[in-house]
Design a protein around this ligand. Sequence first.
Ligand SMILES: [Zn+2]
Length: 260
Amino acid sequence: MTDMNQIVGSHDIVMITLDTLRYDVAKLEEENCPNLCGSGPWEKRHTPGSFTYAAHHAFFGGFLPTPANPDKASHIRLFHTKDTGLRTHPYTWLFDAPDIVSGLENEGYRTICIGGVIFFTKKNKLAKVLPGYFQESYWRMTFGVTNPRSTEHQVNHALKLLEKADPAQRLFLFLNVSAIHGPNHYFVEGSVKDSVESQRAALRYVDGQLGRLFDALRKRGKTFCMAFSDHGTAYGEDGYEGHRLAHEVVWNVPYREFVL
Ligand SMILES: [Zn+2]
């Protein structure tokens, strides 16, 4: 069990949202994801939101995906806002701010967002809201869902920032990975439609790229990493397509936390 009060202040903190990754897909690829699953398996959780915008507001508010079991007592939150009057676990880090990003900023963290899907593009006012939580935010066309090498470009950008970063200042790095979101059919040669198969291939691609990021973070010191999906997506189950709807393929998400 992670004691966040031992993490905050001493570790870099990385949050990676594997946008749209289904829980069943993540489980099927566990053995092929040495970077994400090298230290353990995915945990099944329920997301607080059925699409990117809703889910990320909850995450930044300290509400990460909830363990998918009915035993509430086992749900120990990493983050919780201060002064709610509710009893919290001693391992939970209490932030005195509207959200964890500015809460970490108050603790001296440099907060960085590397965007991926449409809600991080900063191209219109709505798409500036989520990046606006951070001191610095970056988005390029090459980070987006239409680029088959998006994760490579996102990681390259992160590496450039890490290279120049002050080794004495702790970082909160948020990365929204766009590659697993649709369209992902191009990860399977000859495929014209997104499917469980193409999402599996996209996840293998993403894991392969994350190794360079993890190596660079290890060089800086200790990093606490949270990797999870913001929601799944339907590929025709019960007639449903996509997300922003209530179906177990959307609500169930994979979750992992580990120290690099
Ligand atoms: Zn999303």
